[in-house]
Design a protein around this ligand. Structure first.
Ligand SMILES: Cc1ncc(COP(=O)(O)O)c(C=O)c1O
Length: 436
């Protein structure tokens, strides 16, 4: 039998350190919210491969759609001989996207590629070059995307010059004393001191920060950004790659604010585990770039589109958008219960099933406990629970269960999390609320 240790040794010799692993656990198979490693150990999955498995691991309907597609056509390239599934999925996403303006959709392969394309489309449409993004935002690992990402190490550091004319605003984080007012004041100052709004092609933001620590953009910020974009002819791009596809209890997180963005990027859970991403946008804007300016060899592959159509059916049949709310309530109430016992839990936050806790020393927002967070991820792994860290200081634990997770596994995972927390919290330091 292959062991995790053996594979880890081979991995270290064959794969660069730049790509990291949260656990040295090598997955062999999985089903819905359970994963088994190469040694036959079972894990409850509260990570979903970073938010990719809203419909769970190997959903039977998604698997059947992929199997059927495999029999018929694996690749053709939409730019060469197009196929119906691409069009059918585009039609469905156009109908689902928020707002009444007619939409069009282009498919790509990764989230970063979707963001790159959204920026290209915005630049072409406006014939402007500047882009405004947010600190703590994450948009992918390509050069344009790391320019937009609002975190230096490890994403930008050492990679040389970034895309020019990218400006960052503070993202509201009430726990850290940053409000919508701060963001809007920074924007006003940016327009006054640094860049003419008439040069700005787009403002891009995640309606709920993913890697940045699960802070939701307040509805009033989104509405004000929408108004400012309209005033200055700037396009609003919602990066829903992590927050979309039902995760927050709406199909797209920006729907909570009732705002219609000009462009939306999606990826991750769109195709239940098959690489597929998309830019959905207002038809007139999407049609701006000249023929041949957009696309990609594997972009919108037949397998991805078949899986994507199956995912939408599953989401409807199993009412996963509604289920996200119920999962979110369950996890949030369990975590709030823990917060009363553990002073290291500074905040429990996040909409729907996009829930996170921020780990700090004695409830102090300015005292992130990165070390404890790392230890917690490992302790949970040892107990059979997969969780992920995130946040500017790596001190946030995010809960991204499949939306199809059975109640028993949800409960089991929460119990394992509580046991792990009990194990790693330094005795006497953080355990009782009274110390806070
Ligand atoms: C909000 C957001 N945008 C973009 C990306 C990049 O997606 P990918 O890793 O598929 O390129 C991610 C990935 O985590 C993300 O969370």
């Amino acid at each position: 039998m292959t062991s995790n240790a053996e594979l880890h040794q081979r991995r270290q010799a064959a794969v660069p350190r730049g790509v990291t692993n949260s656990l040295a656990v090598y997955a062999e198979r999985a089903s819905n919210a359970e994963v088994w490693d190469v040694e036959g150990r079972r894990y409850i999955d509260f990570a979903s491969g970073i938010s990719v498995l809203n419909t769970g691991h190997v959903h039977p309907k998604v698997k059947a759609a992929i199997a059927k597609q495999l029999e018929q056509l694996m690749h053709a390239c939409f730019q060469v001989t197009p196929y119906e599934s691409y069009i059918a999925l585009a039609e469905k996403l156009n109908a689902l996207a928020p707002g009444d303006t007619p939409k069009k959709t282009i498919f790509l392969t990764t989230g970063a590629e979707a963001v790159e394309n959204a920026v290209k489309i915005a630049r072409y449409r406006t014939q402007r070059s500047a882009v405004i993004a947010f600190s703590a935002g994450f948009h992918g690992r390509t050069l344009a995307c790391i320019s937009l990402t609002g975190k230096v190490a490890p994403y930008k550091a050492g990679f040389g010059p970034m895309l020019p004319e990218v400006y960052h605003l503070p993202f509201p984080m009430p726990f850290h004393g940053i409000t919508t007012e701060h963001s809007l004041q920074a924007l006003a100052q940016l327009f006054k001191a640094t860049v003419d709004p008439a040069r700005v092609a787009a403002i891009i933001l995640e309606p709920v920060l993913g890697e940045g620590g699960f802070f939701a953009a307040p509805a009033d910020l989104l509405r004000k950004l929408r108004a400012l974009c309209d005033q200055h002819g700037i396009l609003l791009i919602a990066d829903e790659i992590q927050s979309g596809f039902g995760r927050t209890g709406r199909m797209f997180a920006i729907e909570h604010a009732g705002v219609e963005p000009d462009l939306i990027t999606i990826a991750k859970s769109v195709a239940g585990g098959v690489p597929l991403s998309a830019v959905i946008g207002k038809a007139e804007i999407m049609d701006a770039p000249a023929p041949g300016a957009l696309g990609g060899t594997f972009a919108g592959s037949p397998l991805g589109c078949a899986a994507g159509l199956a995912v939408l059916e599953v989401m409807k049949e199993e009412q996963l958008v509604e289920r996200a709310q119920r999962i979110g309530h369950f996890i949030t109430s369990r975590l709030k219960g823990l917060q009363a016992r553990f002073a290291c839990i500074g905040e429990v936050r996040g909409p729907g099933a996009m829930v996170a806790i921020e780990l700090v020393r004695n409830r102090r927002a300015d005292s992130p406990d990165t070390e404890l967070t790392r230890a917690l991820v490992q302790a949970a792994g040892r107990r059979g629970l997969i969780i992920l860290a995130c946040g500017m200081y790596g001190n946030v634990i995010r809960f991204l269960t499949p939306l199809t997770i059975p109640d028993a596994h949800l409960k089991e995972g929460c119990n394992l999390f509580e046991e792990s927390l009990d194990e790693v919290v330094r005795p006497g330091e953080n355990k009782s609320a009274a110390t806070g």
